[in-house]
Design a protein around this ligand. Structure first.
Ligand code: SF4
Ligand code: ZN
Length: 729
């Protein structure tokens, strides 16, 4: 253990503590101990302090309590002559630093000096945390990097983040070197920042580094289902991060005392620090899995070294195309002025189709472009487009066509400069000017699909060939045949019911974060994240029998109304760490499904209305059950069964099996406007089948009321069917 690191980290902690003390004194003077303080849209107070101390801070007085604790663990600045053989004081200094920084940042929100000016995002809301969490869960993001400081040049800054993006690593950016943060450099270079591109600029202030760690603390509480109370839980939260959240710190430029103090804070979470300048190293392992602080590392090796030190397994995908490729580019938008070519949408006729063929009909790797290539389309113009992909494979089934075809969206979007939306004959694609000038062609679309299908579906796909038509007359000629295929598929899918199959599929992908959670996916109930239906589960289990999806035989039926089967119960018991003994697939009151953290919507009981409300993620205002989405999410998640509350995928709402044990759709008394609009057709169809043709209009939304009493009055006025149904409680 190095003496210098300890001294510098402890000295840095003292400086940050002094600052926090000053800010806190000012806040107390202006607003008193009772002045309210909070981060926006979170159910976790000051998340780091809540995680470590269980303090539910909401007023200045609570901050004082946190500060007192921080003071009590802050070590004295060591005498330069004394050799410290252990990490303890440095780690304590790191903790004190994080408490102090969280106080500094939350007071910024209270003082109106918002940390979210320009491109800075400041605090991460719970809604975003959950949305991004699923990417950590399903492996789209193997971990995160907290970059503090700036690179010597803008070019180097861009190169470092591109390296991280290509490795799918989420990047948090904070603090400055000579007044500049790496985010400032990315902004100068015109790099698109935000959650969609995995590049999150927290702030130029050193104290904004705490946002990376309060994100990590909440990950453990949200997905690990740990509720902070005291020391045991605090320890669990830190260990959860060490074992499950693969994060590290990249320190760019001079590492001053304050940065040392933050690195010490991160080490408590098991996150090592890698620096490009010469600072003292902490090599032996202990708190972190391998080394703690490694320096000096040449900048071009930093990302690889960090990955190695954190013990991360990441592969870079190399596809032979002229633009960078990876999930970090999936959410990137191509705006109109940057658009080199429009395809589909309202601009041209376009569709994409995948067909199962016999092995001798497919020439693997063949890509044909019939018609003008992308570089022949006038700048900003449109092109017709029909991409027909032929696939052969011994274990490939017709049912998997749609599963594979649906992935085109992700496959193509992940190329930098391609924005792909929709599917089938509803596709709309934009190719950026930049991608075109890098040499991107239609043939590369085929190259991408070929290599991704073979890579992601190796056990069902043996051969892939692509044909891309870009002449309008060809596309028009081929379209009716494709539409016939789409219609046939839809008919086949509509015929699939829970009764018509004897096997459901499980999904345990979220167990890396919520160890007790299992989704049971039936033809009429999809996974609660909305991303996996029964066919997806079936395909995934064939593709990778050892993966997160397994076939589950229903076995003997125990209760047909509630949807309970012996086989499902036994499976749930053995895969939920013995926490779920029985599961009623169609009930929300009696032994309902468990919820992890990534539900698209939450259904909640409203006792006054004898019914349920449904709120979707992204709706941040109040709901009639008296809780906002984030608060509800906090009480539903973590992998437990919570009678009266349940996370669901939005398409489940229009299923015949939607909480049918409690009476189904007729029980829904309130939904967000957004959800009503999105599901309107499906709800009307179901409502007619249920003999309640006007149901959609009887379901209230936020434009009618968000108050339970008013809701009850409204329901009485419109004669909502829930009022005459058997009492729920
Ligand atoms: Fe998680 Fe369920 Fe979605 Fe699987 S289906 S990823 S377990 S929410
Ligand atoms: Zn989940």
């Amino acid at each position: 253990m190095s003496k210098i690191i300890a001294t510098r980290a402890i000295r840095g902690a003292h400086k940050i503590m002094e600052r926090a003390k000053g800010e806190l004194a000012r806040a107390q003077e202006s607003g008193g101990r009772d002045m309210a303080v909070s981060f926006p849209d979170t159910n976790y107070y000051l998340p780091f302090a809540y995680a470590m101390l269980g303090i539910k801070a909401s007023r200045v007085g609570d901050l004082i309590e946190i500060m007192d604790y921080a003071k009590s663990i802050l070590p004295k600045i060591p005498d330069e002559k004394v050799w410290l053989p252990y990490l303890g004081p440095t780690l304590d200094a790191g903790m004190a630093t994080l408490f102090a920084e969280e106080i500094i940042e939350v007071l910024k929100y209270a003082g109106g000096d918002s940390p979210t000016r320009d491109y800075w995002v400041g605090f991460t809301t719970d809604a975003i945390l959950r949305e991004q969490g699923i990417k950590l869960v399903d492996g789209r993001m193997p971990g995160f990097a907290a970059i503090v400081g700036a690179a010597p040049t803008t070019e180097e800054a861009v190169r470092i983040v591109r390296e991280l993006q290509e490795r799918r690593i989420l990047v948090f950016m904070s603090a400055a070197t000579d007044g500049k943060c790496i985010a400032d450099q990315l902004n100068e270079a015109g790099v698109q920042m935000g959650w969609d591109t995995f590049l999150v600029p927290h702030g130029r202030d050193i104290s904004s580094t705490v946002y990376a760690l309060n994100f990590a603390s909440r990950a453990a509480m949200t997905f690990g289902g740990i509720t902070p109370k005291g020391m045991k839980e605090a320890r669990d939260i830190l260990l959860y991060n060490k074992n499950r959240v693969h994060a590290f710190v990249l320190a760019l430029g001079e590492v001053d005392d304050e940065k040392h103090a933050n690195a010490a804070g991160a080490i408590n979470f098991g996150f090592p620090a890698i620096a490009d300048t010469d600072i003292d190293q902490i090599l032996p392992t202990g708190v972190c899995r391998y080394e703690h602080v490694v320096s000096p590392v040449p900048r071009e090796k930093m990302v690889d070294r960090a990955i190695e030190v954190r013990g991360l397994k990441v592969t870079v995908e190399k596809i032979d195309i002229p633009v960078p490729y990876g999930p970090a580019f999936e959410g990137e938008r191509v705006r109109k002025p940057q658009t080199g070519c429009e395809i589909g949408g309202k601009y041209s006729k376009a569709f994409e189709l995948l067909r199962l063929k016999k092995a001798d009909e497919v020439e693997n790797g063949k890509v044909e472009v019939i018609g003008p290539e992308l570089d022949k389309v006038p700048d900003g113009g449109a092109s017709a487009y029909a991409m027909i992909i032929d696939v052969a494979g011994r274990k490939m089934q017709p049912d998997f066509e749609s599963v594979l075809e649906r992935r085109f969206h992700t496959f193509l979007s992940e190329a930098m400069g391609i924005m792909h939306t929709g599917q089938r004959d509803m596709v709309w694609i934009r190719v950026s000017k930049e991608a075109r000038s890098s040499g991107l062609l239609f043939k590369h679309f085929g190259v991408i699909i070929h290599s991704k299908l073979l890579r992601e579906f190796p056990s069902i796909v043996d051969k892939v060939q692509a044909r891309i038509y870009t002449k309008e007359e060809d596309v028009l000629k081929l379209l009716p045949e494709a539409q016939k295929v789409f219609a046939e598929r839809d008919t086949r899918l509509a015929g699939l019911t829970d009764e018509s199959v004897d096997t459901f599929y499980s999904c345990k992908l979220c167990q890396s974060y919520a160890p007790k959670h299992v989704c049971i996916i039936s033809p009429e109930k999809l996974g609660l994240c909305g991303a996996y239906n029964w066919l997806d589960g079936k395909a995934a289990s064939e593709i990778n029998p050892q993966g997160g999806n397994e076939p589950v035989a229903k076995g003997e039926c125990m209760d047909i109304t509630k949807g309970q089967w012996r086989g499902i119960n036994e499976y749930m018991y053995s895969k939920s760490e013995k926490s779920v003994e029985a599961l009623n697939l169609y009930s929300i009151i009696d032994a309902p499904s468990t919820s992890c953290g990534c539900f698209e919507c939450i259904i909640a009981l409203i006792p006054e209305a004898n019914g349920f409300m449904i709120v979707n993620r992204g709706y941040s205002a109040m709901t009639p059950c008296g809780m906002k989405f984030t608060v509800l999410a906090g009480s539903v998640g973590g992998g437990s069964q919570t009678p009266g509350f349940m996370g669901i995928g939005r398409l489940y709402v229009t299923s015949k099996k939607f909480i049918s044990a409690e009476g189904g759709l007729k029980r829904v008394v309130w939904m967000t406007k957004e959800l009503k609009d999105a599901l309107a057709d499906g709800i009307r169809t179901r409502a007619r089948e249920l003999g309640e043709p006007d149901l959609l209009d009887k379901i209230a939304d936020e434009t009618i009321t968000t108050d339970a009493q008013e809701l009850a009055a409204y329901l009485a006025k419109v004669k909502h069917p829930a009022l005459t149904m058997p009492p729920l409680m």
